[in-house]
Design a protein around this ligand. Structure first.
Ligand SMILES: Cc1cc2nc3c(=O)[nH]c(=O)nc-3n(C[C@H](O)[C@H](O)[C@H](O)COP(=O)(O)O)c2cc1C
Length: 166
């Protein structure tokens, strides 16, 4: 069973920005994502949105670890039977945008159509979209790796947080 995010902010006080719930895969997966050069998020489409357990997982991973994902190359893809896939893709992109990741381009929105296992392979245009995105991602990773000594990343800034209360 996966916990939803309680918004407790425990990660701010904890050693190594841990999520407070330690009995599932969130902290372990977040640690692996911190080490990775690139991140790929994927979700099926459930009632026009990200699948519930996936959302619970992503809320907690990105709330506690997004500071570690800055300038990683990252992309997202949704799977859908019929409608709502673009919404899910946009929802997945929110995590990547708010983590200051670098998102590779493609020719169309990253959503592929299918229901049973392997059916997406028949979605030739969708698969081409994913393939072009994957190639762009691999290229961006190599460009960043080749250039990072010569062209350092921008300095991080202290976060300014303003709440629109009044
Ligand atoms: C709870 C639930 C809600 C779903 N909602 C949608 C939907 O809004 N639009 C759609 O096209 N397909 C919908 N589907 C079909 C899934 O998008 C489809 O099963 C998915 O491509 C396969 O991913 P999965 O086998 O990993 O769940 C839904 C399926 C489930 C189980």
């Amino acid at each position: 069973m996966l916990h939803g995010c309680s918004g407790c902010g425990y990660f701010n006080k904890s050693q190594g920005n841990q999520c407070v719930f330690k009995d599932d895969a969130v902290n372990e997966t977040a640690a692996r994502m911190r080490e990775a050069d690139g991140i790929i998020l994927a979700s099926p489409t459930y009632f026009g949105g990200i699948a519930g357990t996936t959302k619970a997982f992503l809320d907690r991973v990105f709330f506690s670890s997004r500071a570690y994902f800055r300038y990683k190359v990252a992309t997202a893809v949704s799977v859908v039977r019929r409608a709502g896939g673009v919404d899910v893709y946009r929802q997945l992109q929110n995590y990547l945008e708010l983590s200051e990741t670098i998102m590779p381009p493609s020719q169309y929105w990253m959503t592929v159509f299918g229901l049973s296992e392997g059916e997406v392979l028949q979605d030739k245009e969708g698969i081409q979209t994913v393939r072009k995105n994957a190639r762009a991602m691999a290229w961006q990773l190599k460009v960043i790796d080749a250039g990072k000594q010569a062209v350092p990343a921008p300095q991080a800034e202290e976060k300014i947080q303003t709440n629109f209360i009044r």
